[in-house]
Write a protein that binds this ligand. Structure first.
Ligand code: TA6
Length: 279
């Protein structure tokens, strides 16, 4: 049993979901142990919540939590078979293997207790290391613990809180993207990058930094270990169709996801880290 440092407390969000609450000199944050799912991050230097969670999100374990940072693993998106979209890591229990207060952040490491599942043939160890300081860094480490190679996909599927999607601009992307709403057509990144319709895009030029510019400030998103950045907003119709999103829920969120969508192959003993830092 890991002893929690001074800044961390454990609370019960529902019958099935326990949440680690972090409150240190730099920020407040919360993480559901079910899914290793970040639910909030509010740095104290500007008191601006960075993560959006749907007001109708389910916390009963029946669905992945709508909002925050779902951990998609060991695949991304939907599949041709019946298996659930975005893999199973976001719907399983993780355990705390380390928690410490460091000079500039609180560090928590969670481990997925059981990484095996239908649709994934490999043997893997999966860790999520979270650093809550002036910025938030979330680092997903996949290790091949078996004796044959495997290929995985995944994402840190972050829902950013925005004041109004109609007045939000995404900066820093360039090159082509593949558009899910247009049968995966390859199209050039718009400039300026603004939102006025359903947006579901895999950007294939994996830049390291993008920014979300909006009325009350800019949010910077740094990514490492990715081969793509996914940008999603369901807009009016899909928002209304989703049982765990209010009809106008799309107005206050924008997903910018640090992702591996092209398949990352790991040889036995190899480790791959996918990381997103939000400031
Ligand atoms: O990352 C974009 C996406 O794959 C969209 O196509 C959309 O379906 C979204 O994720 C949410 O997926 P979810 O399974 O959480 O409902």
């Amino acid at each position: 049993m890991v002893v929690m440092p001074e800044s961390v407390t454990l609370s019960q969000r529902s019958d099935v979901i326990e949440v680690l609450e972090i409150d240190n000199e730099f920020a407040a944050a919360s993480i559901s142990l079910w899914g290793a799912h970040m639910l909030s991050f509010e740095p104290k230097h500007d008191s601006r919540e960075r993560l959006w969670v749907s007001e109708t999100a389910r916390f009963d374990g029946s669905k992945s939590i709508r909002g925050g940072i779902p951990v998609c693993w060991p695949w991304f998106g939907s599949r041709d078979d019946d298996l659930q979209a975005h893999g199973y890591a976001r719907k399983r229990y993780w355990r705390v293997i380390n928690a410490s207060d460091e000079p500039l952040f609180t560090e928590i490491t969670l481990e997925l207790t059981d990484t095996a599942g239908k649709g994934f043939e490999g043997s893997a160890s999966l860790l999520l290391t979270i650093r809550v300081g002036d910025s938030l860094s979330v680092s997903l480490s996949t290790e091949n613990t078996g004796d044959t190679a495997f290929t995985y996909n995944g994402a840190l599927h972050t829902y950013f809180d925005v004041l109004d999607i109609n007045h939000t601009e995404l900066q820093g992307l360039s090159g082509d993207y593949s558009d899910k709403t247009q049968n995966w057509a390859i199209l050039p990144t718009p400039e300026p990058y603004r939102f006025s319709e359903e947006t579901d895009r895999i950007h294939l030029n994996p830049v390291g930094r993008v920014s979300i510019a909006q009325g009350d400030g800019k949010t910077t998103v740094d990514s490492v270990g990715h081969d793509s950045l996914v940008v999603w907003n369901p807009w009016t119709k899909r928002s209304a169709d989703l049982v765990d999103m209010a009809d106008d829920g799309y107005l206050g969120m924008l997903c910018v996801e640090t992702a591996v969508t092209q398949g990352k192959t790991l040889e036995p003993g190899e480790v791959h880290v996918l990381e997103q830092t939000i400031s």
